[in-house]
Design a protein around this ligand. Sequence first.
Ligand code: ADP
Ligand code: LRH
Length: 502
Amino acid sequence: PTTEHCFAAVDLGASSGRVIVGEVAPDRLTLHEAHRFPNQPTRVLGTLHWNVLSLYQGVLEGLNAAAAHTAHNRLTSIGIDTWAVDYGLLAADGTLLANPVHYRDTRTTGAAERVAAALPPRALYAATGIQHLPFNTIYQLMAAQGTSARTAAHRLLLIPDLISYWLTGELGTELTNASTTQLIDPRTRGWATPVAAALGIDLSLFPPLRHPGDPAGTLRPEVLAETGLAGPVPVTAVGSHDTASAVVGVPATTPDFAYIATGTWSLAGLELDAPVLTEASRAANFTNELGVDGTVRYLRNIMGLWMLQECVRTWNAEHTRGAGTDLTALLQEAARATPLRSVVDAGDPAFIAPDHMPDRIADACRRTGQPVPRTPAETTRCVLDSLALAHRRAIEDATRLSGRTVRTVHIVGGGVHNTLLCQLTADACGLPVVAGPAEAAALGNVLVQARTAGAITGGLTDLRALLHSTQPLRQYEPTGDHSAWDRAAARLGDAQVTGAAT
Ligand code: ADP
Ligand code: LRH
């Protein structure tokens, strides 16, 4: 590798963290996975936490491995993206006051009602355009009111901003991820001050906003010593929300595309120039998260491969399939299982919490009068059919609500490896699917850094053209009887596959 233009993307997903080195030139883009480590939350005294120090340790090990991969241990810069909504609270001296709580923790139960009493959901949506999800940061802050950490807090840092602070000592709040707090006005792309005032949230908790491409400090000497990197190493703000970086990483060649970022979650929707804040959009539970280069990510959160991950975890614990479930064999069996035998609402918040996923899926089938899956392969098929159906519904709703047309669906993220899910999504949507890259978030992260450093130039279209010409992609054409998907959707009824809007 050359020294000039190696970038490290720190990409922390809910299932794994990775540090990926991207080498970039105007006509070349190669990735090297320096390090991958599991992200395993821990329940302590009844609260589910992220193991944030262990994640930081993984980042340091990853940067060490990245240094070893580059000539002379040099990186042009580092960018950080992680999952959204969660945060750490800091004391005035910068100490982390408590271990960040996981968005799947149940502490937010009842918080939405308290927020609604202070600010009706319609007004909240008109001001922020954010989909109602029980774990949005405002609900977490409502739930944290009166706790000792919240009372003592001087600063609030979203997870990528916290990792960035530990690496550089600099404070900031990156905009794309800030939009997931439900405290940003997507029209002005600044703080929604009236919303914060109505909810009693002190916006001075958040350090100043920074934008993708802004400088975010340089690695502290202690970090250089630990990682073996040769300084100085700048940290560049990227789309620090992993989904914002993943959308940059969509290799679209025309404007009429929809995307589905599939990993732990499926985030399905469109890239727009302006938010859609209508009441119809609120009722359909669509979000207007902010994207790179002034864009809006108009999408719906769908439960994603979390449902399958949790099933596999349960089966492994029960030894249903021996010591460990072989995902490849399971997916092959699922491909042979009866199609669309039973489907569940993959937008249903009932699937958010961990544990007992196969039972919860069985219950949902029972409640809707459908056959209960009997084997892991049948349950897997039910999950994948349900996800494909939810993908289709999200794309149909997004086009209807925005007035846009879609001719191609791009799938990016870990789900790209799941060829059955990609084919089912093409079948359900009745549209060609282009699958890849799997590491779209890391690629989007690297591309924004590379543009900032001057290694490449142009807008999102140019960045995507580079992806299209350099990354392996696979196309899936729609097959099968399209009306079978309409009949399956009808079994769930109209209100389904949106996640109930309150
Ligand atoms: P996150 O960023 O949320 O941590 P990823 O984008 O890494 O998630 O996607 C993880 C998911 O991708 C896994 O849960 C799994 O379902 C799927 N996946 C990854 N590799 C494979 C594979 N080889 N075959 C099938 N599915 C895979
Ligand atoms: C995906 C993701 C998604 C959020 C969820 C909390 O990793 O960032 O966009 O809604 O995690």
